[in-house]
Structure formats: structure tokens, C-alpha cells
Design a protein around this ligand. Sequence first.
Ligand SMILES: [Zn+2]
Length: 684
Amino acid sequence: MKRSNVMPAALALAAVLALAVTSAGAAPRKRAPAHPKPIPVKPVVENPIADLPFPKFDRGPQVASACTAGLEGAMLRVKELEKRKPGADWLQGWEALYDWEEDQSGPLIFLENVHPTAEVRAEAEKCDQRWSDFQSALGLNALVWNGAKQSVAALKDPVDRRAAQLALEAFEDSGVALPRDKQARAKAIADKLASLSQQFNRNIRDARTRVPFTEAELKGVPDSVWKDQPRDADGKVTLPIDGPAYATVMQTAEDPGARERLWRAKTNEGGPDNLKALAQIEQLRLEQAKLFGLASYDEFVLRRRMVETPARAAKFLDDVHAAVADDDRHDTAELRDAKARHLGQPLEVTRLQRWDTMFYSERLLRDRYAVDDEAFRPYFPPQESLRFVMRVAEKMFGVRYDRIDGTWWAPEVQAWAVTDVASNRKIATLYVDPYPRDGKYNHAAVWNFRNGASSVPRQAQSALVVNFDRRGLSLRELETLMHEFGHTLRNNLSATRYASDAGENVAQDFAEAPSQMLEDWVYDKKVLKVFQDVCPACKPVPDDLVDKARAARDFGKGMLVARQQLYAIYDLALHGPTAPDPMETWEKMEAATPLGYVAGTTFPSGFAHVAGGYGAGYYGYLWSQAVATDMRSAFGADKLDPKVGARYRATVLGEGAQKPPQQVVKDFLGRDGSPQAFFEYLKK
Ligand SMILES: [Zn+2]
């Protein structure tokens, strides 16, 4: 559960051919790093066939022709697959198609989010749409579907059989087994949903909303946040509603009117067009589920997830609500009290507003724990922070990260070779795009655009996209980095037979768990000592600062978890057996919370998760947090224990989707998974 919005996710035939994209809260700005001295290494055994260079594009037309070549190659492979014999032969052809698609579309579509040239980004986005059309057509290919069906029956080996089974399920979900008229409708719906979701994200991304402020209105906000921001014709500072400025202003601006304006602009992002799009998305999803003979889109989606049914998801969310409701009310009352004291007014006349919560949380945090997240920046320089998370993985999982010389899609982008120490073989490449720039994706996210496989063989590749503050990271930003880095580990250390089973091709409600588990690592003093390994010259972060941060970490937990729970039940409500109006539903549900609904706001217009690949899936953040808490318990007091790390690498990271998630968790823990540890944490 990262507290942020965002995350475009591929639609259509998602389970088979989508690229894993994951995101979390963001990080920002300055300070030039020194590259740490490399640790002397043995030469790595290269396997050039298994690797692939990152493609270089300077102009739009290059992207368009690469896109066409990729699609043509994919179509040839489909033709060839249609003729294959069910069983091992079919599976080999299927995986060849999968690998081809990843190699051709993965890095190219990724560039939509990071390439410095607008023309390249625009062509990449077009290519994204073309691949999505290809996928929905493939999903309705009866010959290939038949091949999958017969292969499931023919294959005896459990890993082979599961790979074919997952392919078969994806075909069934795209409607290939439906009668012809329904099938055509299912395809039309899938295409329309893909374009509506793209449009929804575009409306948020391209609005470039900025809110003007006088310098006086920004009292309390650090100069560094606004001094270099553009001014409007009246000389007012204009601040964007995305990126790091937003949180800082909400936490520090003394002027409630300033906070309110920024908060309203943020809460209304996407605007009325997105509300219309969301209503349409909902209707289409319900119609889609009904074509399959199911009562709701929830049911359609969850039958393929770890949670399995809407009833189980709802029960879990009810239990979460029961666990945090008192804390939510208590946290709200505390903030209201803090506001009354701050303004020197009686409590009875004090009303806590939504744009007050971050501001008073920050003040209470400082008063109570004397923690200033900014105080961590000098201890965590950006480049060393990156080396730090890598070093943690090196200690836990028996791998090594070595910088690769070269230039990639933008200046300052880095590439790292990930080597398995025991075999001294390079197993993956990790790209890192560390600093903000115009036109770049402005949160923190990972694109696992190439999955590894042992049968081919084939090396994994992923890209970690962050927006580091050059002055250094705050502890929260270090936590975000650890979380995102966890997504790259899932890709880089996957050891499955087939790429289609690898890394994060797991059920969506299991995908976040390993990353969420690792967030805790940055609050551990022993783990933080690893920083001196990678930066002997860095001053160690003082123990008492970490102690306070750890005590402060769970501050406001009731309120935050209650908010996530609200998002999750809202998402499920939209995707139940009726398709209720998105705004009316939101208004009613938010009105029932301690802070109520604020008239004139349209939160759902910016709720990109629900319009994209997280529709009927938002509960997964809390669900997988429960799984993460459960798995974390195996590490006990020593989070760097290489023995537990090795078991985790083998059973969880290594297995990917080769086994059902319940089984993966059980293999690691040596018992069935349980949400008990999570509920205990919530009630603490
Ligand atoms: Zn994540």
C-alpha cells in the first residue's frame, strides 16, 4: 500500500502478455553524487545470446518502423504456432511468441514514459495501442486457444502444465470460447476499455495544472520548493499538483486557504471528462462480465486472483475496517485538537478539513517525535542510496551489482549487471533512471519489460524509474526506493522455466507483497549500517533519529489504512452486480467517514487505478500487505540473514507464477499463510 495515485497498466489479455508496471510514492530534486569506488570483482561469465541491448531511438519514425517490424514478427509466430502439435511443441511456440513480444514491445513501450523527445514518446504510445490491438485479436484466435486447451490436457509436467493453463485462462477471459455474436461484442468492449483507460490517464497527465500563489501565501513552505518555479503574469508562483511540491506544501503551508486551493486542484484532477469515462468503463466492464455468464466484474476478475471471490475480498476489508475504525476516529480527533491549539481557538468551533490532515500530522509528528523527514537527506545521498539497496540485496540473496559503462535513453541513466555470486553468471540487467526531467514519468515506478527464463535461456531486464532529490533522500523516499527496488528483484532474481511465468507475472494481489515486505528494512538500524559499506565517507545516520522515525512511522496509521480501505471498498462497489454512478457512490461513501465529503470535489476523476488495470483490484494493496507482514515474520530479528534470504530467493522470487501464490507463501513459511500478523499490527 503505497500512498499515491497513478499506475497505467496494460489491459486486454493482460495475464498473458502484459508488461508489469508498478508504482509508488515519489521522490524529487538535487545534489551531485560521487560514484562509490567499485568493489574489485572477478570477470563475469557473459552469455550474449541470453541478453539483449537496449534499443536506441532518436526520432518518431524509427519507433514506428520498429513497432511495425515487431508486430509483423509476432504475426508470423502466431501463424507458426497455429500449426504446432499440442503439448511440448505448442508450449515452445507459445513461449517463443511471448519472448518475441516482450523483446519487441517491452523497451519500446516503456519509452512512452521516459524518453526525453516528445515525438518518440508519442510514437511509443501509438505503438502501445497497436500491440494492445494485436493482443486482443490474438485473444480471439480459436486455433491458438485450441492448442492451449489440448496442451493442458496433454502436458504432464506440473510447470509445463501450469504455463499452458495460465495461457488457456487468458484466452478464455478474452472471450474466445463465447458464441460468435458475443465474441465480437467482447472484443469491442476490450478495445473500448483500453482506449478509455488511456484517455483517462492522458487527461490527468497532460493537464499540467498549476496553482498560483503569492509568496505570502506560501509562508512555512521551504524556499527550495517554490523559488525556481515559474511565475504567472501577475508574478505569482505557480506550483504543479503532481511531483514533490504537492506534499511539501500540504505539510508545511501555514495558510489554510493556500492548502485548500492546492488540495482541491489535486482532488479534481482529470475533471468531468474522466467522470464520464469512468461511468462508461464501469458499464462496459459489467456488460463484459455478463457475456461470460457472471454476475459482476468483481467476480470476473477475482476468480483469477489469490483472494478468489468478491465475498472473501469483502470479508477481508470488513475485518480491516473493524481493526482500524477506532484508531481512525482517534487520529482524526487528535489532529482536530492540534488544529485548535495551533490556532488558539476552542475545540468546539474547530473543524478539521481534508486539507488540514497532512499539515497537522506533520506538526504532531514533529512535536511528538521531533522527527523531520528532511533531516535524513544529508545521510542518504542519491547515488549511495541506490548502492545501499543493492548492497542489502547482495547480502540477503547472494548476488552482486556491477555498473555497466554506456549511454541509454537519457543522460544520467545507468545500467547495472546483476550477477549470481555462486555461479558467477550474469543473470539480469537493471536500468536506473534516477533524476527528474521534463516529460519524464514523475513518480517512482518499475517496468519489468523483459522476463528471464531458464528453458531458452534468457536474461531478465527491468527499469527502475525514480525522481531523486539531488540533495539526498528522506527516510520515506528511501522506503519508496526500497519498495520499488523490490519490484526489480522480483524480475531480476526470477528463475522460472518460462518467461510467461516469471517475476511479477503473478496474480495482481500477490504482486506487491515482496516489495511491501522490504519497506520495513529501512527502519532497521542494523540494515541501515549497510550504508557505510557503500559510502564509508557518509556520516552514519544517528541511531536516535532512526528510533524516532520508527516510532513515528505508524503515527496516523488508523487514518491512512482507513483511507486505503475506503478506496478498496469503493472500487469493489463500482464493480459489483450494478454499475452505480461513480460520483454519487463516492459522495455517499466518503460522507460516512469521520472527515466527510467535501462539496465540489471529484476524487474519482483522478483515481487512475480504478480506470486502469487495478479495476476491482485495489483491495490488493491491503491484501498483499497482509501477505507481506506474514512473510516478514520469517526474518525475525535479523533481516539480513542470508539463510532466510536464500530460502526466500528460491521459494518466492525464484518461483514467480510457476505455483499458485498460496503455495509459494506456504513453501517459504513452512505453513499456510495467515492475515493474523497483519491484524495484530493494525490493532497495535
Ligand atoms: Zn509497488
